[in-house]
Design a protein around this ligand. Structure first.
Ligand code: CAA
Length: 420
């Protein structure tokens, strides 16, 4: 029985910082960011968005053609969680008005918990083929102000519906995995920014790739030539290029030029160059970028590598389905990326410095442009989320779905133009 990705959609906030702007402020040649890291823009999350609003926005679009009653489980992968106890999955379940029989759970292991969720979801749907899983991966990549990690920030979410009707891609049951207790990247509960040993993290990433590949080859007997295209976890897109060249060398492949190897991953890098790191969502924004490229992929075999610092790696494969293009949201995604608002440096700095008040009093968040959902404020330490009317009107199905959830929520707000 085939199981895999029935629908996929991603969401990035309306704001971005061009890395030329950051480079000018930091006194750095912007070619270091554009070419050395392979990043042009980084998505900036405004004060009235968080992993829940971004995850719900991605999920709303991914669910457009899916019967909500078929969703048995909502899994939410993140390393930017908003609560130590209540899962972000429950908030998304509420905002999308999903049926009460759903199970809702949050998952964590740095950037690879999205993949852990995907593998768990596929095991679930293989056991109960009529049921579907909504998997959301949503994150805010945030490093210390002025540190080397700063140009590799970003934020956004991806949502996938996993089922035994994989309109986009069937995922193979086998995978190669690897875990090791290392300190390459981490974020203690009392910190807002990740801590990272940058150069070491790259070494560990590459080691995890090699170990996962060894395990994958032992499990499957497949070799490098089995795959037509590859997607990697992308903390920055040059990392994907380095990883792929390393794997090709390690696997001792013959008959490929460097240009041919780069061609195997180039289409997966396009979107991430414009968004920055999305942690748990990065690999799957890369996959969406590949699927939505002009290349004809039906029948192609894809190899995917997921890396979560700390560390856990997973390598797995899948095959693109016939007629997959009909199930993509290519135009929506491309418009979303094109229609963003560029920030100047002072506004980036202001957004970076914003903190949700922690005093338990009632506070409204400043109003910025958002997607279909926003974080309207906080009261008694409870986050208040609202559906945004103007965005909902853009789509009839989404409208019907969200009007139902609006009726349950008195705090609805209108979409407003922000003053940054
Ligand atoms: N023109 C073109 N290229 C230039 C340049 C210029 N003027 N100046 C420098 N470069 C190149 C460098 O040669 C280098 O390329 P190579 O690695 O191919 O040699 C590249 O730009 C980066 O330069 P540095 O090595 O000097 O970069 P840095 O010290 O400023 O730090 C970093 C880079 C370590 C990635 C840092 O941004 C960082 O710590 N980022 C966060 C951690 C991270 O993303 N780690 C990745 C693996 S861990 C992971 O994947 C999990 C996760 O999501 C975090």
């Amino acid at each position: 029985m085939k199981a895999g990705i029935e629908a996929i959609s991603f969401y990035v906030p309306k704001y971005y910082l061009d890395l030329k702007t950051l480079a000018a402020e930091r006194g750095i040649d912007h070619a270091k960011y554009y070419n050395g890291l392979g990043q042009e823009k980084m998505a900036i999350v405004p004060p009235d968005e968080d992993v829940v609003t971004m995850g719900a926005s991605a999920a709303l679009r991914a669910m457009e053609k899916v019967n909500p009653a078929s969703i048995d489980t909502v899994l939410f992968a993140t390393e930017s969680g908003i609560d130590q106890s209540k899962s972000a999955a429950v908030y998304v379940h509420g905002l999308l008005d999903l049926p009460s029989h759903c199970k809702c759970v949050e998952l964590k292991q740095a950037c690879c918990s999205g993949t852990a969720g995907l593998l768990m979801a596929l095991a679930m749907v293989r056991q109960q083929p009529a049921k579907k899983v909504l998997l959301v991966a949503s994150d805010i990549a945030r490093y210390g102000f002025g540190t080397a990690g700063e140009p590799t920030q970003g934020g956004g979410a991806v949502a996938m519906v996993l089922s035994t009707e994989p309109h986009l891609m069937a995922i193979d049951p086998q995978n190669g995995s690897y875990s090791d207790d290392v300190m390459d990247f981490w974020r203690p509960n009392y910190m807002e920014e990740a801590l990272v040993d940058g150069k070491y993290s790259i070494k560990v990433y590459v080691k995890a790739l090699t170990e996962c590949w060894n395990q994958y080859v032992r499990e499957t007997g497949h070799d490098f030539d089995y795959f037509d295209w590859f997607c990697y976890h992308l903390p920055f897109t040059r990392m994907g290029e380095k990883a792929h060249m390393h794997l090709a060398k390690y696997a001792d492949v013959h008959g490929y030029t460097k240009a041919q190897l780069m061609e195997q991953i180039a289409a997966s890098l396009r979107y991430n160059r414009q968004t920055g790191n999305l942690y748990t969502a990065s690999l799957y924004v890369g996959l969406t970028s590949l699927l939505e490229s002009p290349a004809e992929l039906a029948g192609s075999r894809l190899g995917l590598f997921s890396y979560g610092s700390g560390c856990v790696g997973m390598f797995f494969g899948g095959q693109v389905m016939e007629n997959y293009q009909a199930h993509l949201k290519t135009s929506d995604h491309q418009h979303m990326l094109q229609d963003r608002i560029e920030l100047d440096y002072p506004t980036y700095r202001k957004m970076y410095g914003y903190r949700l008040p922690q005093d338990g009093q009632q506070h409204d968040t400043p109003v910025y442009h958002t997607g279909p959902f926003r974080l309207a404020g906080i009261n008694e330490h409870k986050r208040i989320y609202t559906a945004v009317q103007a965005e909902i009107e853009a789509d009839t199905d989404a409208k019907n779905q969200c009007i139902r959830s609006e009726q349950h929520r008195p705090e609805n707000t209108k979409h407003m133009v922000s003053v940054a």
